[in-house]
Design a binder for this molecule. Structure first.
Ligand code: SF4
Ligand code: SF4
Length: 149
C-alpha cells in the first residue's frame, strides 16, 4: 500500500492556509495564474514513484522513504539543480540561500493537507501509486493532471 498526494487546483481559493502550515515554509507554493482569473496553481511534490529527481541525482541526495515520501538529504546535496531540470511539477528548486527546497511529506502526515478546508489537497492510500512519470508528460497532460484544462 502506498500514499498518493493529489492536487485539485480547481478547488483552490488561494487562501494560503497550506503555505502557512508548511513546517519548512516553502514545501508548497500557491501561485496566481495571470491568464486564468481567480485560479491558482499549487506547486508541491507528488512523491512520484518512479521519481525522475531520484533517478537523476548523481549524489544520492534524493531517495524514496518507506512511507513513499521522496526526501532530500541536504548533507549530500550539491545544489547542482539536475533534479529541478527533470521535475515536471517545479517541485524542487534552489532557494536564495543556495540550498534546495522540497516537500518531505511531514514524515507521512502532511500538514498542508490538514490545513486545506477546500479539499484541494487529498492524501489517500492507494493499492499502487500511479506511475506518473515514466515519461515526461506533455504540457497538455500536465495541465489536465493539474485540473487546469
Ligand atoms: S520529480 Fe518532482 S514531483 Fe516527482 S518526486 Fe521528484 S520533486 Fe517530487
Ligand atoms: S541539486 Fe542536490 S538533490 Fe538535486 S540532483 Fe543535484 S545534488 Fe541531487
Amino acid at each position: 500500500m502506498e500514499y498518493l498526494l493529489h492536487v485539485l487546483t480547481e478547488k483552490c481559493t488561494g487562501c494560503m492556509d497550506c503555505v502557512e502550515a508548511c513546517p519548512i515554509g516553502d514545501g508548497i507554493r500557491v501561485i496566481p495564474l495571470p491568464a486564468l482569473p481567480e485560479r491558482w496553481d499549487i506547486v508541491v511534490c507528488r512523491h512520484c514513484n518512479p521519481a525522475p529527481c531520484v533517478e537523476v541525482c548523481e549524489f544520492r541526495a534524493l531517495s524514496i522513504s518507506e512511507n513513499g515520501a521522496v526526501t532530500l538529504n541536504q548533507e549530500l546535496c550539491t545544489s547542482c539543480k539536475a533534479c529541478t531540470a527533470v521535475c515536471p511539477f517545479g517541485a524542487v528548486f534552489l532557494r536564495l540561500d543556495g540550498t534546495m527546497a522540497k516537500c518531505d511529506l511531514c514524515s507521512g502526515s502532511p500538514r498542508c493537507v490538514a490545513a486545506c478546508e477546500e479539499g484541494a489537497l487529498v492524501y489517500e492510500r492507494v493499492e499502487r501509486k500511479r506511475a506518473l512519470m515514466r515519461e515526461k508528460p506533455s504540457v497538455v497532460e500536465l495541465l489536465e493532471f493539474k485540473g487546469l484544462r
